[in-house]
Design a protein around this ligand. Structure first.
Ligand SMILES: Nc1nc2c(c(=O)[nH]1)N[C@H]1C(S)=C(S)[C@@H](COP(=O)(O)OP(=O)(O)OC[C@H]3O[C@@H](n4cnc5c(=O)[nH]c(N)nc54)[C@H](O)[C@@H]3O)O[C@H]1N2
Ligand SMILES: Nc1nc2c(c(=O)[nH]1)N[C@H]1C(S)=C(S)[C@@H](COP(=O)(O)OP(=O)(O)OC[C@H]3O[C@@H](n4cnc5c(=O)[nH]c(N)nc54)[C@H](O)[C@@H]3O)O[C@H]1N2
Ligand code: SF4
Ligand SMILES: [Mo]
Length: 764
């Protein structure tokens, strides 16, 4: 129920004066602080299903419990996502939990510069008093946070609400900026809402699958397994400068020149139009702006496109013809698109191809952005960074009033402006405007673009707080205060996967030492800040799930029909939207067929949902998009040259990305596993074309020095024709890589262009 104005507490009752020490008992749960109690909800010797905490595929894993604690994991067979499969990271997901470098106690840097163990009370008191002092001296814009797509949705919602409405922080962003911001902006502008339309079943039902800047075999191996289940003998077209594992398995590989995607996609649009291979009925009924778009792409003739992309005219025709011949064509993209200087328009050029050929809203189709982190989708909707909670808009007074009502807070607590983006936060730190930074579940001292600027920026801060499950990450090395966090598997909540499926994460292990779930750290902060009355309803993740439901009401991502975790668990996760109206239709239908009412959340009720509601659902089946007129938009712009091109001094193009399916990002988790360590090289390597190697006099496993205008590193040469001459590839999992990358961002999404800059390579 949404509270009315009369229910609203008076503003003063939401805050109390900062009175100093409170006790951790406020947030303590059975099993925390190493008390070793059996997690509350689980039977001691049973199996608990939980969604994997690495990638956005969202596989379900069975945790096999002994005395309430997981002793090992197997992939769940009956879950609609992974159907009994998991990749090496999933199988090894418990291993990082018991690593010796877990952060087990809060740390505070002392006057001699050493991090010293402290109590939660000391850490919280220091955090709150220093943050308050900075805010008082320099204003609300002087404090910022950088969050993540790797904690539970309820935790993200808590951080966002606590940060902006409780503490009054103006600027909060997260690592989804490095990853998904482009898709968010592209979808919002084209469809009217950030709405990836697909379901994984589409991988199985397409007859043409186009993968653009996506190395599915490595980055989303279980999605690739879904491709392998496709019985239509599909045409698989991979667009990637490198001959990746995925490209090797494709029927067509288009090794385009790096960052020439926009030219290629406009060229293909032109070919489709010139040949009449478009769906005029769909365009006329469901879209706006096609004629202008057709006029724009006319200049992208096959000959000019071939020159600019390095592809042949024949390759272009074959690609266009495949789209034309396909009955169900799906277009998928990931970081090769999102990380670029003109990424939003590139993502929209993909969307345009799907719209103009009517490949959307039907089985096996779609313009489909694949997410990266386990809960980037939760972050996109509920982190209060790019959107106001629930996919709302900070700039819209109606939205602010609605969310204030749903949370029972005065509307004045909600900022009327958008936050700085990640790069703007980093710039404001360098300018000395932002003085305090709180990092939650992200490791920018390794992952942020152009590392030369990061230590300098961190040194400028008066306060850096790092909340992490490990005590030795590159970012912890700069911290003034460390909050030790419980990890995936040690806490409860939900993740939202790439296909919009909300799945449950459970507590199947006990956090070490004094580590607390991010959720409980946020509760502690609320208590110490004195704004706990604002969060009096936020007592548990599931209570916050109910609040998120209220915030989602009436939105395209409406989840008011989901009772709670039990229902999600019983039916194999639920894709948004799932509104109370959709749910009651099922109820009515089933009452007619079976007779009798069922109470929500009961086993009977859940069974009815599975019986009457398809577990794989896609959006836009009715051709209605989320703009006011119900139409999708063709959005386009003239392509631009990348901001740094190769030249005589720096004659190579540097590509970066995922190395192996056994490595996760900055490796804090995956390096804990001896099994995973065996599946990838320990030291940094560079993929180098054998012709280039010969010219440089570099033999197999020879050492090379790679230099960009920003920095330099050494790597072992891995000679392989999968990279073309003049290009090299570095996997992002090694700290040195971002010394080289160029800090350009796309102007609309402000996502960094990690995948393109100029370097030189020399033999050591
Ligand atoms: N094993 C593993 N899996 C992961 C992750 C991980 O760290 N390890 N991370 C997860 C996350 S957060 C993400 S975001 C995803 C990323 O998933 P992907 O985007 O599939 O992975 P990347 O390797 O970053 O980039 C994909 C490809 O883009 C290509 N590329 C580079 N430049 C261009 C270009 O100009 N045009 C085109 N078309 N392609 C280009 C690269 O050669 C690379 O093969 O993976 C997720 N899954
Ligand atoms: N050169 C280059 N750089 C890139 C990319 C690229 O392709 N090329 N890709 C970019 C992309 S797409 C991404 S998503 C980013 C990822 O960049 P990051 O987010 O910096 O990478 P992670 O290693 O995933 O960092 C997550 C941190 O959270 C901690 N952690 C894990 N679980 C929890 C938890 O439950 N609670 C808390 N509090 N902490 C936890 C981990 O120990 C780790 O320190 O990297 C970006 N950087
Ligand atoms: S594919 Fe992704 S979600 Fe599935 S087991 Fe591997 S890391 Fe986990
Ligand atoms: Mo990502």
């Amino acid at each position: 129920m949404i509270p009315t104005a009369a229910d609203l507490p008076k503003p003063s009752s939401l805050f109390r004066e900062f009175t100093g020490p409170l006790t951790r008992e406020l947030v303590q749960e059975p099993g925390e602080f190493g008390l070793g109690k059996v997690p509350a909800r689980l039977k001691p010797d049973a199996t608990a299903k939980l969604v994997c905490g690495f990638c956005s595929t969202g596989c379900s894993l069975n945790a096999h419990l002994r005395e309430g604690r997981a002793i090992n994991l197997t992939p769940a067979t009956e879950y609609p996502v992974n159907l009994g499969m998991a990749c090496p990271k999933g199988w090894e997901a418990l291993t990082p939990l018991t690593a010796p470098n877990r952060a087990t106690t809060p740390l505070i840097r002392d006057t001699s510069g050493r991090l010293q163990a402290a109590s939660w009370d000391e850490a919280m008191t220091t955090f709150v008093s220093r943050l308050r002092a900075i805010q008082a001296k320099h204003g609300p814009g002087s404090v910022a946070w950088l969050g993540t797509g790797q904690i539970c949705t309820e935790e993200l919602a808590f951080l966002g609400a606590l940060g902006k409405f409780g503490i009054g922080i103006l600027h909060g962003d997260g690592n989804p900026r490095q990853c998904m911001a482009t898709s968010v902006v592209a979808y919002k502008q084209s469809f009217g809402f950030d709405a990836p339309p697909y379901t994984y079943q589409d991988f199985e039902e397409s007859d043409v699958i186009v993968l653009i800047g996506s190395n599915l075999c490595i980055a989303h191996p279980i999605m690739w397994q879904r491709v392998l289940r496709n019985r239509n003998n599909p045409e698989i077209i991979v667009i990637d400068p490198r001959k990746t594992e995925t490209a090797m398995a494709a029927t067509q590989h288009l090794p385009l020149a790096p960052k020439s995607d926009l030219v290629l996609l406009y060229g293909i649009a032109n070919l489709l139009i010139q040949n009449g291979w478009i769906d005029e009925t769909f365009i006329g009924t469901h879209t706006n702006g096609f004629n202008e778009f057709a006029g724009h792409v006319r200049q992208f003739t096959p000959d000019t496109v071939a020159v600019q992309t390095g592809l042949t005219v024949a390759q272009l025709y074959r690609f266009a013809e495949s789209i034309h011949r396909g009955k169900a064509v799906s277009f998928w993209w990931t970081m090769g698109v999102n990380q670029g200087h003109e990424s939003t328009r590139t993502a929209q050029a993909i969307i345009n191809l799907a719209l103009m050929t009517g490949n959307i809203g039907r089985a096996g189709t779609g313009a489909n952005s694949i997410t990266g982190q386990c809960n980037a989708m939760g972050s996109r909707l509920f982190s209060n960074t790019t959107n106001l909670l629930g996919g709302h808009d900070f700039l819209n007074a109606g939205h602010r009033a609605k969310i204030a009502g749903a949370l029972g807070i005065p509307v004045e607590r909600i900022p009327q402006q958008n936050s700085f983006a990640y790069d703007q936060i980093m710039d404001a730190i360098e300018r000395g405007e932002i003085k305090a930074l709180w990092l939650i579940a992200t490791n920018p001292a390794h992952s942020w673009v152009n590392q030369r600027s990061v230590p300098a920026a961190f040194r400028k801060l008066e306060l850096l707080v790092v909340q992490d499950m490990f005590n030795d990450t590159e970012s912890v090395a700069h911290a003034d205060i460390v909050f030790p966090a419980a990890a995936w598997g040690e806490k409860e909540g939900t993740f939202i996967n790439s296909e919009r499926r909300i799945g449950v994460v459970k507590k199947v292990a006990v956090a070490p030492g004094q580590a607390l779930s991010d959720f409980n750290i946020f509760r502690l902060v609320a208590n110490y800040w004195g704004c706990e009355m604002m969060f009096r309803e936020w007592t548990s993740p599931e209570a916050v799930f109910q609040i998120m439901k209220r915030c989602s009401a009436g939105q395209p991502c409406d989840i008011t029909g989901i009772d709670g975790y039990e229902m999600l668990d019983a039916v194999g996760g639920i894709q948004w939207p799932f509104s109370s109206e959709q749910c009651s239709v099922i109820g009515n239908r089933s009452e007619q067929s079976a007779g009798g009412g069922r109470s929500p959340g009961s086993t009977d009720h859940c069974k009815l949902i599975t019986d009457h509601f398809p577990n794989e659902r896609r959006l836009f089946a009715d051709g209605r998009f989320h703009h006011a007129d119900g139409r999708a938009r063709f959005i386009f712009e003239a392509p631009k040259a990348p901001p740094e091109c190769k030249d005589a001094e720096f004659p190579f193009e540097l590509l970066t990305g995922r190395g192996t399916s056994a490595q996760w990002h900055t490796q804090t988790r995956t390096r804990c596993s001896a099994v995973l360590r065996r599946l990838h090289p320990e030291e940094l390597y560079v993929e180098l074309n054998p012709d280039d190697a010969q010219r440089l006099g570099v033999g197999p496993n020879g050492r090379v020095r790679i230099t960009s205008r920003r920095g330099s590193l050494e790597a072992t040469a891995f000679l392989t024709p999968t990279v073309r001459p003049g290009q090299i590839f570095l996997p992002m999992h090694y700290e040195a890589v971002n010394r080289l990358t160029h800090p350009a961002v796309d102007p609309y999404s402000r996502q960094p262009s990690y995948k393109h800059c100029a370097v030189r390579v020399k033999r050591r």
